[in-house]
Structure formats: structure tokens, C-alpha cells
Write a protein of this length. Structure first.
Ligand code: ADP
Ligand code: MG
Length: 374
């Protein structure tokens, strides 16, 4: 890309603003009567970063986005964009590209006119509007379809038009609220990859919303897990996945083996725990504190090992083995507990022999001490 392109964005050293593209929420709160939709959250999206709000329906994701975009008032707190407070700015002056699931295109306008509309609102001259709209449509792979009305486009193509409309005015960041929710799985995955490609090539910051953990895992630099209007945990996708802070996060982000334990010793990032019949082991510790604890190990982080070791291993037997295509899922009975172990099926001809004694082990770094909430 050349620096003269109209789609050049934000994280541009020539602007001299180090915070260009940043979004910051400080103790942001929103209540509706008795309902606290967003409960004092602090959150920063750094320039060029792809941050995803991940949580179940009703956890406050959309309300958070609407406050950043300027469509909802804050009950209290503060939003800063590019390092400046925006409480007095209407949505169109916040310079954010927005795609919401319900953000419909104008049915009577062509794809190109829909994209140009974003420029018209910003008083860009007609000749320049057309050229920039064409470029934005090209970027989302719709160069040849600019004359079509929305109803002459597929669902995926309509979302691309919405994306082009959000990008065409060089926003300092993009807000995307479940933009692929209406698409089928294959198209979703394709759009996920395209949005990532566009985001990387523009170096633009993205605040993304989804309730789909796979989507969050595959797209984000950082995942912010929300529940009941609060941030429960945030971090890089693999980190949050491997090291959930409590059993709710562990279960929300996939299958987890949760082994109740007694904490014997905690120092730094390591805890020594008593797992009852599974022995004493060393695990990762994030320092979360509560009344009851467990160790979380993902099924793919358990492995069959040749013989019992002294630490981080146990013996048991296989109850069922199910071939899922790419992976095999084994249900094991280990020390009075049911555990799931998942391994790649590549190269393995048969499932494990049922009822035979097996040994399983795990890496210390992949076992996480967490708080049992339920
Ligand atoms: P999410 O996007 O994570 O599904 P929302 O932000 O839409 O969650 O909603 C969070 C909570 O706030 C929910 O309990 C919802 O019912 C409530 N809520 C959202 N908007 C309104 C509104 N306009 N009036 C009353 N309650 C609302
Ligand atoms: Mg929502």
C-alpha cells in the first residue's frame, strides 16, 4: 500500500499521534432501571490491535459497543478515542467504522451508493466519493458488483458492502458486533479470514463482538471474556484457553477436565496441589483466590504415556473411544473421576482397547489452578 491511498488508516507514523487508533474505556457503566448491563469496565484497545469481547447473550457486549460508537449514553465512566474523551461527540464525528448485525444497508441504493453514503455524510466531494467507494468495494472483493442493490446480493456480499462502508472514510478503528452471525459456517470462516487480512493490511484497530468461542480464538490478538456486564478474564486466545481463571471460563471456552484439589503451597506462578487419588502435582497458578479450587486440564493436553511417572500422571482405564474424524475422544476413568482425553487420529488405525490399564500424563504448564465457582 502507498501512503496516498484513501484507505490508509490510523497507525500512521506521519500523523505523530502515538494513540491514533486507540480506544479506552474507564470505569464504564450502563444501567437500565434495575438492570446493570455494563458494570464498571476498564478496557484498552491499543493501536492496530484486534480485541474481541466474548461472552454469552446478555453479558453486555452490544451495550459496550454502542457506548463506544456513541449510540448509547454512559451512566458513568468515560470513553476515549485516540487518547481524547468523546462524550460530547456524536457517532459520525468519532471516526469509527461500524458494522452491526442489524445495521442494514439502504435497500433503494446500490452497493456503491451505500458505501458513498458514509462519505456524503462527511461532506466528501462527489468525484472523490465515487473513486473511494470503488476502492473500498475492491478491497472487500466486490469490485464488479457496485451497481447491484442489496436484495441482488447474497448475505455474505451484503456484509461485505457494510464492511466497505465502514472502511471507506479511513476510520481510526473498526467496531464489529457479531457481523457474521447470519451467515452459514463455511461463509463465516471465509469472512473471518478476510476480515483478518484486511485488518492486517490496514493495521487498523478492531473491537469485535461475538458469542462464538471459535471465532474469538481464531481472529483475536486479545480476548476479553464478559459475563453479567463484567470482564471476567482477558488475554491472548491461547493463554485464556489454556489458563482459565475459574470453572465458568473453562467451560465457556471449550471442554475442560476439572479436578478438585487442595492447595498445599503457592509460590509465584506455581502451586503444589493434592489431587487425592491422582496424587500431588505442580500446576500453573494465576493467583486467583476463592473457597474451593480445582485444576483444569484441556482434553488435548492430556496424553497417553508409556508408564506411570511420579508427578503429573495417573493410571486409569478407557471407558469409551469415539473417532470424530480429525481427532479421537477417549473417556477415561482415573482415580474415581471421569476424564476426557483428545488425540489426533492421524496415523492411528484403531481406537484404544477398552478397559485395559492406561497411563496418562500432562505438562505442568498446561494444568491450571482455578477457582471453583459452581
Ligand atoms: P449482549 O450483546 O452481550 O447479548 P446486551 O449488551 O445486548 O448483551 O445486553 C446486556 C443486558 O442489558 C441484558 O440483560 C439486556 O437485557 C439489557 N439491555 C440491553 N439493552 C437494553 C435496553 N434498551 N433496555 C433495557 N435493558 C437492556
Ligand atoms: Mg449483542
Amino acid at each position: 500500500m502507498t501512503t496516498s491511498s484513501p484507505l490508509q488508516t490510523a497507525a500512521d507514523p506521519t500523523t505523530g499521534n502515538q494513540e491514533e487508533g486507540s480506544i479506552e474505556l474507564r470505569r464504564v457503566r450502563r444501567t437500565y432501571g434495575d438492570v446493570t448491563a455494563v458494570d464498571d469496565i476498564d478496557l484498552t484497545v491499543h493501536p492496530g490491535e484486534f480485541v474481541t469481547l466474548l461472552g454469552p447473550s446478555g453479558s453486555g457486549k452490544t451495550t459496550t459497543m454502542m457506548m463506544v460508537a456513541g449510540f448509547e449514553e454512559l451512566t458513568s465512566g468515560m470513553v476515549l478515542i485516540n487518547g481524547r474523551p468523546v462524550d460530547k461527540l456524536p457517532p459520525k464525528d468519532r471516526n469509527l467504522g461500524v458494522v452491526f448485525q442489524s445495521y442494514a444497508l439502504f435497500p433503494h441504493l446500490s452497493a456503491r451508493e451505500n458505501v458513498e453514503f458514509a462519505l456524503r455524510m462527511r461532506r466528501v466531494r462527489p468525484a472523490e466519493r465515487r473513486q473511494r467507494a470503488e476502492e473500498a468495494l475492491e478491497r472487500v472483493g466486490l469490485a464488479k458488483l457496485g451497481d447491484r442493490r442489496p436484495r441482488e446480493l447474497s448475505g455474505g456480499q451484503q456484509q461485505r458492502v457494510a464492511l466497505a462502508r465502514a472502511l471507506v472514510f479511513n476510520p481510526s478503528a473498526l467496531l464489529l458486533d457479531e457481523p457474521m452471525a447470519a451467515l452459514d459456517k463455511r461463509l463465516r470462516e471465509q469472512m473471518q479470514e478476510e476480515i483478518k487480512t484486511i485488518q492486517r493490511s490496514l493495521g487498523i484497530s478492531v473491537l469485535f463482538v461475538t458469542h462464538d468461542q471459535d471465532e474469538a480464538m481464531s481472529m483475536s490478538d486479545r480476548i476479553v471474556v464478559m459475563r453479567d456486564g463484567r470482564i471476567v478474564q482477558q488475554g491472548a486466545p491461547d493463554d485464556v484457553y489454556a489458563h482459565p481463571v475459574n470453572d465458568w471460563v473453562a467451560n465457556f471456552l471449550g471442554d475442560a477436565n476439572l479436578l478438585p484439589c487442595t492447595v498445599l503451597e503457592r509460590s509465584g506462578e506455581t502451586a503444589v496441589v493434592d489431587l487425592g487419588e491422582l496424587g500431588v502435582g505442580r500446576v500453573r497458578d494465576r493467583g486467583a483466590s476463592g473457597d474451593r479450587y480445582a485444576v483444569s486440564i484441556r482434553p488435548e493436553h492430556l496424553a497417553f504415556i508409556p508408564a506411570d511417572r511420579t508427578e503429573n500422571s495417573a493410571s486409569g482405564r478407557v471407558v469409551t473411544s469415539t473417532n470424530l474424524g480429525a481427532t479421537i475422544r477417549h473417556r477415561l476413568r482415573v482415580g474415581g473421576q471421569d476424564l476426557l482425553l483428545r488425540e489426533l487420529s492421524a496415523g492411528r488405525r484403531t481406537a484404544r482397547e477398552l478397559d485395559g490399564e492406561v497411563f496418562v500424563g500432562w505438562e505442568q504448564d498446561e494444568a491450571q489452578l482455578l477457582v471453583l465457582e459452581s
